[in-house]
Design a protein around this ligand. Structure first.
Ligand code: CA
Length: 223
């Protein structure tokens, strides 16, 4: 999953990014003004946007209105300052999905971010199930037929992304765009490595193959 942070307080933005990367396992991009935020949000497929309100060049409400006016349905979590309480109704009416008031607990922010990403994919429960595979998005544990399977961080991310889209062909490009941030060099053969790791670990002892390859199109997990 890939998150965009639009926040001009550099330290805060970097602290949030660290938690999202380290504890959430997300790819994270940071921008420090509203105009660039809008541009990034419109040109990359984010799974969540964290949006500050008081921003240089374009304020957060305007960014939000432009996103929603342009039919972007990416979940948006707004970061409000304590003296912006009267803005909350406006923020929610403009299409924000949730908000936190500064200063906030980073653990709480992460939990809210996870919940919004899940809901954005039409999933309320923290546990995803595909066949006999159970993916716990809260602690990133994976079980097949009840047995714990140990995955690399990136293998987990590929699996979680695909499990959110069962019975749908997911291309390598789509995986790269959702699993890597802007600064990362993207090579599609990296995805092949993780897919083969997942196959090796998950198909072992299972009767049915989990991930199907559709030549020239991508991969699919069948429910
Ligand atoms: Ca600000």
């Amino acid at each position: 999953m890939r998150v965009l942070i639009i926040e001009d307080e550099v330290r805060l933005a970097e602290n949030i990014a660290e938690v999202l990367r380290e504890s959430g396992g997300y790819a994270v991009d940071i921008v420090f003004d509203g105009e660039e935020g809008l541009y990034m949000a419109e040109s990359n497929p984010y799974d969540l946007i964290l949006l500050d309100l008081m921003l240089p060049r374009m304020d957060g409400i305007t960014v939000l209105q432009k996103l929603r006016g342009g039919d972007m349905d990416v979940p948006v979590l707004v970061l409000t300052a304590r003296d912006e309480k009267e803005m909350i109704v406006t923020v929610l009416n403009a299409g924000a999905d949730d908000y936190v008031t500064k200063p906030f607990d980073l653990g709480e922010l992460l939990a809210r971010a996870k919940a919004l990403i899940r809901r954005g994919k039409g999933q309320r429960s923290p546990v995803l199930r595909v066949g006999d595979i159970e993916i716990n998005t809260a602690d990133h544990s994976v079980r097949r037929a009840g047995t714990l399977v140990s995955l690399l961080g990136m293998e987990y991310r590929v699996l979680e992304y695909m499990a959110h889209r069962p019975n749908t062909v997911v291309s390598k490009t789509e995986l790269l765009e959702h699993l890597y941030d802007f600064n990362w060099e993207r090579f599609s053969n990296v995805i092949e490595v993780y897919i083969s790791g997942l196959r090796r670990k998950l198909d072992e002892g299972g009767s049915e193959k989990l991930i199907q390859t559709l030549r020239g199109q991508g991969y699919m997990i069948k429910r």
